[in-house]
Design a protein around this ligand. Structure first.
Ligand code: SF4
Ligand code: SF4
Ligand code: SF4
Length: 268
């Protein structure tokens, strides 16, 4: 839907963590009113409601994603569309009612539990600063196809995570550097590097506010099923341990990540 210039400028000033939702809401209401273009009037009506009846707009959680599905060439296709399954999982948790019981005063949008997905390690949707961030990941794997030593994978890897050790050995990966971005497999003309396991990296407890912190990354790349199981475990922990509506990151600073031991590698 088209936006006039004033409306576009006004919505650009909405805080980024609710901007997408506000845009969607304004468009829906403009359409319902029979408009073909969003104007300042539509934005102003929506803004009034968010300012004065914010609790009605709170649903207890948000799930956001980057623009990967709109055709971004960097997008890693994990073969899964997690967003709907995530929404269903979060909806079943009754988070709005739960937060109401923990927060004194009216609920605000910033109380919502936030999950953000990024379809590659570039992280345009900022998965590092939300309660749970997911980053799609695709590990490279060697195949039986020969390496021609063309060097395309070296040029594609921004992490300098590949070395060529001769035509017999083929490319070697430095797993300390590799971000599982999948670019080397895309660039390889012979198929010597294939796409290996694809799944999700998981970051927990990121936040902004008065004491900002980046999410802590769990070690490993997880399948869709395990990712959903980890998120459900996190929500159970969040509800069991939450004090006065604190953010997940603050809660994890107190409790640590021991509750996720079944999902983390054992150390010797
Ligand atoms: S995070 Fe990656 S896939 Fe998503 S929009 Fe940014 S560059 Fe594209
Ligand atoms: S997957 Fe990405 S980071 Fe890893 S070796 Fe390939 S290009 Fe480099
Ligand atoms: S892009 Fe493929 S063929 Fe070229 S050097 Fe790398 S592994 Fe070998």
């Amino acid at each position: 839907m088209q936006w006039d210039k004033d409306a576009e400028q006004a919505v650009a000033k909405v805080p980024f963590f609710v901007r997408k939702r506000v845009q969607k809401r304004v468009e829906t209401e403009a359409r319902q009113a029979g408009a073909t273009q969003v104007t300042m009037g539509h934005v102003a009506a929506c803004r009034q409601r968010y300012l004065h009846h914010q609790e009605d707009e709170v649903q207890g959680f948000t799930v956001e994603a980057c623009f990967g599905q709109s055709g971004c060439p960097n997008r890693i296709d994990t073969g899964e569309d997690l967003s709907q399954r995530l929404e269903a999982l979060l909806r079943a948790q009754g988070l709005k009612e739960f937060m109401k019981s923990r927060v004194s005063g009216p609920l605000k949008l910033h109380h919502e539990f936030r999950i953000t997905m990024a379809d590659c390690p570039n992280g345009c949707s900022r998965p590092q600063i939300v309660d749970i961030g997911l980053i799609s990941a695709s590990l490279p794997a060697l195949s039986d196809s020969p390496c021609s030593e063309c060097g395309a994978c070296l040029a594609a890897c921004r992490e300098e995570g590949i070395t060529l050790a001769g035509p017999e050995t083929g490319p070697q990966f430095d797993w300390q550097r590799c971000l599982a971005c999948g670019q080397c497999a895309r660039a390889c003309p012979t198929g010597a590097i294939a796409q290996g396991f694809a799944g999700y990296r998981i970051l927990l407890g990121g936040k902004l506010g008065r004491h900002p912190q980046l999410g802590r990354e769990l070690s490993g790349i997880f399948s869709a099923e395990t990712t959903l199981a980890i998120i459900e475990t996190c929500l159970t922990h969040f509800k069991a341990e939450n004090r006065q509506g604190e953010r997940f990151g603050e809660l994890l600073n107190r409790t640590g990540l021991a509750f996720l031991a079944p999902y983390t590698p054992k150390t010797a």
